[in-house]
Design a protein around this ligand. Structure first.
Ligand SMILES: C[S@@+](CC[C@H](N)C(=O)[O-])C[C@H]1O[C@@H](n2cnc3c(N)ncnc32)[C@H](O)[C@@H]1O
Length: 200
């Protein structure tokens, strides 16, 4: 949330004397990973998040095979709902696929507008402009806690450091002892590490 809207939301909450509002401003995945308790949310709303269109930036997306489990873990296992909308159709289809392939998730597409109308300023503006919008609603299948990994996310967790080099930050070193250089997944991480060293 940019600071202008953060201050606006804080002013509105104060002027309405709302006592059940907590505003946090920061990098969403960082806040989820470090601060917000698992299972805390009856509803998670994700509307028009940055689509990060370049494929090398997809891992920064809030909902991606590598990040989706962090977001799903916020949901109350019984009642939790995730709502998502975007006008970026490629990103919307990728999120639909990520959720549809997730073994712990039931996902449905919402045809047309939400029953109560636009939920955010961007949505109201894009609806006025007649832009197509993808809307999704998801819940945990059978009230399971979100402990299952998305199949594609698993790849990023189960790689070890290549040839004694340090693994990329954020990558768990689940493999024990292997040099791993023959493992294509390890080579991929290795190449990414080299690329990021070259570009920094
Ligand atoms: C296109 S705006 C949509 C705003 C609002 N959700 C709406 O629908 O009107 C995207 C917002 O997401 C915020 N944002 C983007 N990436 C973020 C991240 N990683 N963590 C937290 N906020 C982020 C931006 O600051 C911006 O306020």
């Amino acid at each position: 949330m940019v600071s202008k809207y953060f201050r606006l939301a804080a002013r509105r909450a104060a002027s309405r004397r709302l006592s059940n509002v907590v505003l946090l401003r920061g990098e969403a995945l960082y806040l989820i990973a470090t601060l917000l308790p698992a299972g805390m949310a009856r509803t998670v709303h994700v509307y028009f998040p940055d689509p990060w269109p370049k494929s090398r930036h997809h891992r920064r997306r809030l909902l991606d095979p590598r990040t989706v489990d962090l977001v799903l873990a916020l949901l109350d296992p019984q009642e939790g709902r995730l709502f998502f909308a975007t006008d970026h159709l490629e990103y919307g289809e990728a999120v639909a696929e990520t959720l549809a392939l997730h073994p712990a998730v039931e996902m449905e597409r919402v045809d047309g507008a939400w029953p109560e109308g636009p939920r955010t300023n961007y949505e109201a503006k894009f609806e006025r402009e007649g832009r197509p919008i993808i809307r999704l609603a998801a819940r945990l299948r059978g009230g399971r806690p979100a402990s299952l990994l998305h199949p594609a996310g698993r790849d990023d967790l189960l790689v070890g450091p290549a040839g004694g080099r340090r693994a990329s930050p954020g990558v768990l070193q689940a493999a024990s002892g292997g040099s791993g250089s023959e493992d294509p997944r390890t080579q991929r991480i290795d190449q990414e590490s080299s690329a990021s060293r070259t570009s920094s």
